[in-house]
Design a protein around this ligand. Structure first.
Ligand code: PA5
Length: 443
């Protein structure tokens, strides 16, 4: 994994970068010594190197059993309790997984409250053998709790209480929360989310590892990739580390007023990786009226929708491109004798070559348009590389949060909508809020 800042450097204020560089080793120290804000949520820092062999073996065993008896595997969770798994699974599975007949197909629930979505899912599950993981660290989040209540009844009706219990895995806090109690009472296989790992940093715990293993992906390679990046950070916690470089440069751009970062990929299979990244950065940094707004595009698709704005709109943007050097397949553009479509000038070239030229052309065009481009270059998309990227962005997120002077590990703002929703639903204890909101909504 490499970082290319040549299309960013012209935009940087050298004095600001110098100052940030001088601070970064101390900020690393704050992370490693656990002396910064949110320091009880730093379990992810050494997680890859400390992953217990017994845990990996146990997850693999459970996953093999679930794979054996499932055509569909439903991951019930929201935010950090589903995006990491989805990011890795969608990056590594066939783009047309639902059509290949390969089993099990991983699907998702509890990340929305759409009646139509759940109804369609239930109709599919009526006809398929399935199992599920319900994932909630707190064990009390409304969206997955509703979906799980419905799916639990469905799976019991379908298989009977005893068999259903073997098809449900609960991944939650070790002691607290309604889900833990329910899992204990019903005897579900349970995995624990470590206390000191927050949701959006939990992809390398059973939260991500179990669904990823059920999808047939090598979780050891994923953890190994992350462990290598962990080592790289620990051995060289200086301004020269690519993680530091990314954190420094994005903060320097932010100080110049570039308050929107667009995660760019040229591989549609990375779309959910961007979604995972958006949650990680948005929820970690958007506090006290500060923080870079994380957005994402998939090119070249979105060059035909968002490209105009990025090239020419309000100049408050920069891009971070995850550039993939090698495709897993080889496909060349054929020659045609009549050349009616006038494509013979690229006949014989691989599609990936054309894609790379589009990428390089776009980077330069956007640079000319005043949009700095950070390039993160990886050799391929594999479990190992994804592990490296996960740790890279997690560590950079922590460093960036401390540069911004916010606690990167809490999310107090998420409570506001919940309070209103509970009040509007008439939950006990919210009476005063209910009256206030009803007045405001003229209800
Ligand atoms: O990063 C976070 O902490 C959040 O996004 C949570 O993962 C999300 O709100 C789901 O919470 P829980 O796992 O408690 O259901």
């Amino acid at each position: 994994m490499k970082i290319d800042l040549s299309h960013t450097n012209p935009f940087l204020d050298n004095a600001v970068v110098k100052d940030l560089k001088s601070r970064i080793s101390d900020i690393y120290k704050t992370v490693f010594d656990k002396t910064g804000s949110g320091n009880d949520f730093l379990g992810w820092v050494s997680l890859p190197s400390e992953t217990d062999e017994n845990l990996l073996a146990d997850i693999e065993k459970t996953a093999a059993e679930l794979r054996r008896k499932s055509e569909i595997f439903v991951v019930v969770g929201i935010g950090g309790s589903y995006l990491g798994a989805r990011a890795v699974i969608e990056a590594l599975q066939n783009h047309f997984a639902p059509l290949t007949g390969e089993k099990p197909l991983v699907v998702y629930a509890g990340h929305n409250m759409s009646e139509d979505y759940l109804s369609d899912l239930l109709a599919v599950l009526d006809k398929k053998d399935y199992s599920l993981a319900v994932i909630s660290k707190s064990g009390t989040t409304t969206e997955p709790a509703i979906a799980f209540r419905i799916l639990k009844q469905h799976i019991i009706n379908k298989y009977g209480e005893q068999e259903a219990a073997t098809r449900i895995v609960a991944i939650t806090d070790k002691a607290r929360g309604a889900l833990k109690q329910l899992a204990n009472v019903k005897g579900y296989k349970t995995y624990i989310v470590p206390d000191d790992v927050g949701g959006r940093f939990s992809v390398l715990t059973p939260v991500g590892l179990l669904p990823i293993a059920v999808a047939g992906i090598d979780i050891r390679a994923l953890v190994q990739g992350a462990a290598e990046m962990e080592k790289r950070c620990k051995e060289n916690p200086t301004k020269d580390n690519p993680v530091s470089q990314y954190a420094i440069v994005r903060h320097a751009l932010y100080e110049k007023g570039l308050t929107n970062e667009i995660m760019v990929n040229y591989e549609p299979r990375l779309m959910y990786f961007s979604e995972w990244w958006k949650q990680l950065y948005g929820e970690s940094h958007g506090k006290q009226h500060k923080g870079i707004f994380p957005a994402s595009v998939t090119f070249s698709t979105d060059l035909h929708s968002m490209g105009q704005y990025i090239q020419d709109g309000l100049r408050n943007l920069f891009e971070t491109v995850v550039s993939v050097e090698n495709s897993s397949h080889e496909l060349r553009i054929p020659t045609e004798a009549d050349d009616l479509d006038q494509l013979n000038y690229i006949a014989g070239k691989r599609i990936s070559e054309v894609n790379h030229k589009a990428e390089l052309g776009t980077v330069l065009a956007h640079e000319d348009g005043g949009v700095p481009n950070i390039r993160i270059i990886v050799p391929e998309i594999s479990a190992h590389v994804l592990g490296e990227l996960v740790y890279f962005f997690e560590m950079a997120c922590a460093l960036s949060g401390y540069l911004l002077d916010v606690n990167p590990f809490d999310q107090p703002g998420v409570e506001a909508y919940k309070k209103n929703m509970f009040a509007l639903l008439g939950k006990k204890g919210f009476e005063e809020k209910t009256a206030e909101l009803n007045r405001r909504l003229n209800l």
